[in-house]
Design a protein around this ligand. Structure first.
Ligand SMILES: CC(C)(COP(=O)(O)OP(=O)(O)OC[C@H]1O[C@@H](n2cnc3c(N)ncnc32)[C@H](O)[C@@H]1OP(=O)(O)O)[C@@H](O)C(=O)NCCC(=O)NCCS
Length: 277
């Protein structure tokens, strides 16, 4: 059965069904349903899946690194250690100093505007590099598609989701204590550097504590512009939830890797693809 086009047909059918359903929910009657963006993920070694995404004109959006390897997670849990024990030796002085600079996300629009700002920092060089990696596409296809990095997604475990999913957990107060588990690091030096919006040297980040689909493990979804921003985000994550056991990191192609992601067996990647339908 493999290689006979079944999975391609199935995904194509799901796209049409989804678009139809979205159209039904649209408040305005319209001859054609409003465009929707579909995100999907796969691992870089899944050639068959990447071929399917290519055939259906999905475009590469970026990569999410996950760390530490699951074998390490098991070992530290059994040995009574925490993720914080692994992170601390790799946290630079700059990262430690930034741990007090985090603030809760106030609203979806607050979160969205920070995500737009962060993803706009992707340098042209790095953006071209990921486009080249998307080698299954040629320039004759999809000329009408806006090929910029999209702000409207956050890393989950092996998948992504829109910030609007967090609507109920933002900025809510309960018994005087905030229940918000979405935090933002604003770069203090940002205003001085505003002329260079593609600068990758600033430290800006978002951290979201979330629960995994499969094993109910808590994890951190992190979007960060620099190794220091990632280190401080990792520290923030284990501070918010000491039970946090894995990091899913969107580096927005601003930096390749860093000591933290290379430690303890290194990180793995999943690739994020999108399509406007
Ligand atoms: C990935 C998967 C869904 C593909 O199903 P399928 O019905 O074979 O897919 P299709 O026939 O529609 O297309 C697959 C394409 O990849 C090719 N392909 C299949 N297996 C391949 C392999 N091991 N290496 C390279 N190419 C491969 C097929 O030839 C076909 O390409 P073509 O259209 O140019 O001939 C199926 O292999 C599967 O269920 N894998 C395990 C679970 C999985 O990986 N799910 C996706 C998670 S993101």
């Amino acid at each position: 059965m493999a290689g006979q086009g079944l999975a391609t047909q199935l995904l194509s059918h799901i796209e049409s069904h989804w678009k139809e359903e979205e159209g039904k929910q649209s408040p305005l009657p319209s001859p054609s349903p409003p465009p929707v963006t579909i995100f999907t993920t796969t691992i870089p070694s899944n050639t068959a899946m990447i071929k399917i995404l290519d055939k259906l004109n999905y475009k590469l959006q970026g990569h999410v690194a996950y760390w530490p390897p699951s074998s390490v997670v098991e070992t530290i849990t059994k040995g009574g250690q925490t993720l914080k024990d692994l992170i601390l030796p790799f946290a630079s002085q700059d990262a430690l100093q930034l741990t007090d600079s985090w603030r809760p996300a106030l609203s979806i629009s607050d979160l969205e505007s920070v995500l737009i700002d962060i993803r706009n920092r992707t340098t042209t060089t790095n953006y071209n590099r990921i486009s080249e990696e998307d080698s299954l596409h040629n320039n004759n296809n999809n000329n009408n598609i806006n090929n910029k990095l999209l702000s409207s997604w956050l890393p989950h475990d092996y998948s992504v989701y829109p910030p609007t999913y967090l609507e109920d957990s933002l900025g809510h107060q309960h018994d005087g204590a905030t229940t918000c588990r979405v935090f933002i690091l604003d770069d203090d030096n940002d205003d001085d550097n505003s002329s260079s919006s593609s600068s990758s040297s600033s430290n800006k980040a978002v951290v979201v504590i979330n629960q995994g689909y499969v094993e109910d493990l808590w994890f951190a979804g992190i979007v960060a512009t620099s190794p220091v921003a990632l280190e401080t985000a990792a520290l923030k994550a284990v501070d918010i939830d000491p039970g946090c056991s894995i990091l899913y990191v969107d580096r927005c192609e601003c930096f390749e890797t860093c000591d933290l992601l290379q430690s303890h067996g290194g990180s793995s990647l999943y690739s994020v693809y999108y399509k406007h339908v």
